[in-house]
Write a protein that binds this ligand. Structure first.
Ligand SMILES: [Zn+2]
Ligand SMILES: [Zn+2]
Ligand SMILES: [Zn+2]
Length: 273
């Protein structure tokens, strides 16, 4: 399984729109891995998680053929994860796209936003996910789990099984809800091991915000996934979704996470499992 991380920043990007903070100024100079766009991951060229406003940039920069995407999983409706306006570009009159629909999986709020933009069309098939229930999509078996990210919306983590590998895509979220931990612990007891876990660290070394993770919570989450058997020393742990407000360069993030056996994502990073 090939994980392709297209973007690795929180909402504002790094450098952030309009910002002159120390990190944004450093990122402008350093460039390379210190430039971060809004998050999305593609698995094996055909399953995409989230549709941020930087999708055109991702397509150009990483030479993506978006027509290869068969399934699109949406985590929540924040604009850095769903820029529904750009889904309209697949409709007749804009793109000469294929006849096959892209299947989109999401909870109520993102689905409403997508429907509002694309209307009735054969270009997309929309699926409302059921929590904790495995769904066989065109490319994988997917289970949506509740995140804790805001009270107004059910935000989702995804457990994705594909070609003998299993990945946990775990953001945006603060510390996971108890029911999500119970489900993950059950998988561990049943001997389901993760090949990779993609966690978020929006807050860096800042205090716990409740709705995003900081480094201490990432370490705790890794420990708990290993302790319950859902992960083991072979599991690839990746951390992503960084905010410029945490003021950590790529190198500083590596110094923080690598000694704990966690890989720091950067834009365009590919991980072959
Ligand atoms: Zn986000
Ligand atoms: Zn900044
Ligand atoms: Zn969010």
């Amino acid at each position: 399984m090939l994980l392709h991380l297209l973007g690795t920043a929180a909402y504002e990007g790094i450098p952030s729109l309009f910002c002159r903070c120390s990190l944004c100024q450093q990122a402008r100079k350093l460039k390379g891995k210190d430039i971060r766009t809004r998050t999305s991951v593609v698995i094996d060229h055909e399953l995409k998680i989230d549709f941020p406003p930087d999708t055109l940039l991702h397509m150009l920069r990483d030479d993506l053929d978006l027509e290869e995407i068969q399934d699109l999983l949406i985590t929540h409706s924040h604009s850095d994860h769903l820029y529904a306006e750009d889904l309209e570009a697949r409709l007749p009159g804009y793109a000469q796209s294929g006849e096959e629909p892209i299947h989109i999986y999401a909870h109520d709020m993102p689905l409403a936003r997508i429907r509002e933009r694309v209307g009735q069309t054969s270009k997309y098939v929309l699926h409302r996910v059921q929590l904790f229930i495995p769904t066989v999509t065109q490319t994988a078996t997917v289970v949506a789990l509740p995140a804790y990210h805001m009270d107004e919306e059910t935000c989702l983590l995804y457990w994705i099984e594909k070609n003998g590998h299993t990945v946990l895509h775990a953001h945006d979220s603060g510390w996971f809800p108890d029911e999500t931990w119970s489900w993950l612990e059950q998988r561990g007891r049943e001997g389901n091991k993760l090949s990779a876990a993609i966690l978020e660290c929006t807050m860096g070394n800042d205090p716990d915000s409740g709705t995003h993770m900081n480094a201490a919570e990432v370490f705790k989450a890794k420990e708990r996934l290993i302790a319950c058997g859902a992960a083991d020393p072979q599991t690839v742990f990746i951390v992503t979704h960084f905010s410029h407000n945490a003021h950590l360069t790529h190198q500083e993030l590596c110094d923080l996470f690598e000694p704990q056996g966690i890989r720091v994502a950067y834009d365009s990073m590919k991980v072959q499992l």
